[in-house]
Write a protein that binds this ligand. Structure first.
Ligand code: GLN
Length: 232
C-alpha cells in the first residue's frame, strides 16, 4: 500500500531545542530522533522534506495556519489536539515530569510546590497539566519559549522547578545538567507526527507507511539506539 506525494516538497515545522528529539550538534547541524525519523521516512516513501526548527508553539501555529505542511516535535497526541490536528500512528511514548535542582530535598510531591514558581514551555502538554492543577497545589507558573532559557532559570534559581517530558529531562541530566526528578511522572500521551486536521492526508499515510517499514527493517531501533540507547 503506497501513498504518493502531491507536493514537490513538504515543509515540516519542529521545536528549536528538544534533545534528544531535535537539537543542534557541535557543528550546529540539527539532529535527533525526530530529524532522523523524518529523513528516513521521507527517503523510504520517496517524498522531499524541508524541516524548520522554529520552536514548539510556533510549529503549532504554523501548522494550523497552513504555513507548514506538518509538524514533528515530540508532540503528544492529546484529545484536545485531535480536534484540530490529524495524527500519525504513535512513534514514541513519554511522560512528563517535574524537575528541580539536584540536591533540593524540599520538593518531594506536588504539595511541596506551594508558593513556588514552576517553569514550563509554551504550548506544551506540561503547561496544560500545570494550569489545570495550579489552584490545587498553589504554585506559580512561568512560561518559556525555549528549554535552554528555562534550564538556565532553574540553575540561577529564578524558578524553583520546571515541568518537561521525561526523556528530555533524563537526557539533559545525562548531558551533565544538575537536575533531579523527585515526583512521579504524568502520562501525557504518545508522540505523533501531525498535520492540520483535514489537510495533507497523503503525508500522514506516507509517514505511517514509512514508520512501519522502519520498524520492520530495524532502522527505527537503530535511530532510537543512537540517541537513547544504553551505550551513548
Ligand atoms: N510532548 C510535549 C507536548 O506535546 C512537549 C513537546 C515539546 O516541548 N516539543 O506538549
Amino acid at each position: 500500500k503506497k501513498a504518493t506525494p502531491v507536493k514537490n516538497q513538504y515543509n515540516i515545522s519542529s521545536d528549536s531545542l528538544f534533545a534528544p528529539f531535535e537539537f543542534q550538534d557541535s557543528s550546529k547541524k540539527y539532529v535527533g530522533i525526530d530529524v532522523d525519523l523524518m529523513n528516513a521516512i521521507s527517503q523510504d516513501q520517496g517524498f522531499n522534506v524541508k524541516m524548520n526548527f522554529v520552536g514548539f508553539q510556533t510549529a503549532v501555529d504554523q501548522t494550523l495556519a497552513n504555513q507548514a505542511d506538518g509538524m514533528i516535535a515530540g508532540m503528544s497526541i492529546t484529545d484536545e489536539r485531535k480536534k484540530v490536528f490529524d495524527f500519525s500512528e504513535p512513534y514514541f511514548t513519554a511522560n512528563s515530569t517535574i524537575a528541580v535542582k539536584e540536591g533540593n530535598d524540599k520538593v518531594k510531591s506536588y504539595e511541596d510546590l506551594k508558593g513556588l514558581t514552576v517553569g514550563v514551555k509554551n504550548g506544551t502538554a506540561s503547561q496544560d497539566f500545570l494550569e489545570k492543577n495550579k489552584d490545587k497545589y498553589g504554585y506559580k507558573i512561568k512560561v518559556f519559549d525555549t528549554a535552554d532559557t528555562m534550564y538556565e532559570s532553574l540553575n540561577t534559581s529564578s524558578i524553583d522547578a520546571f515541568m518537561d517530558d521525561e526523556p528530555v529531562v533524563k537526557y539533559a541530566i545525562k548531558q551533565g545538567r544538575k537536575f533531579s526528578t523527585p515526583i512521579k511522572p504524568e502520562k501525557i500521551g504518545e508522540y505523533g507526527f501531525a498535520v492540520k486536521k483535514g489537510t495533507n492526508p497523503e503525508l500522514i499515510e506516507m509517514f505511517n507507511n514509512g514508520l512501519s517499514e522502519l520498524k520492520s527493517n530495524g532502522q527505527y531501533d537503530k535511530i532510537l539506539d543512537k540517541y537513547v540507547g544504553d551505550n551513548q
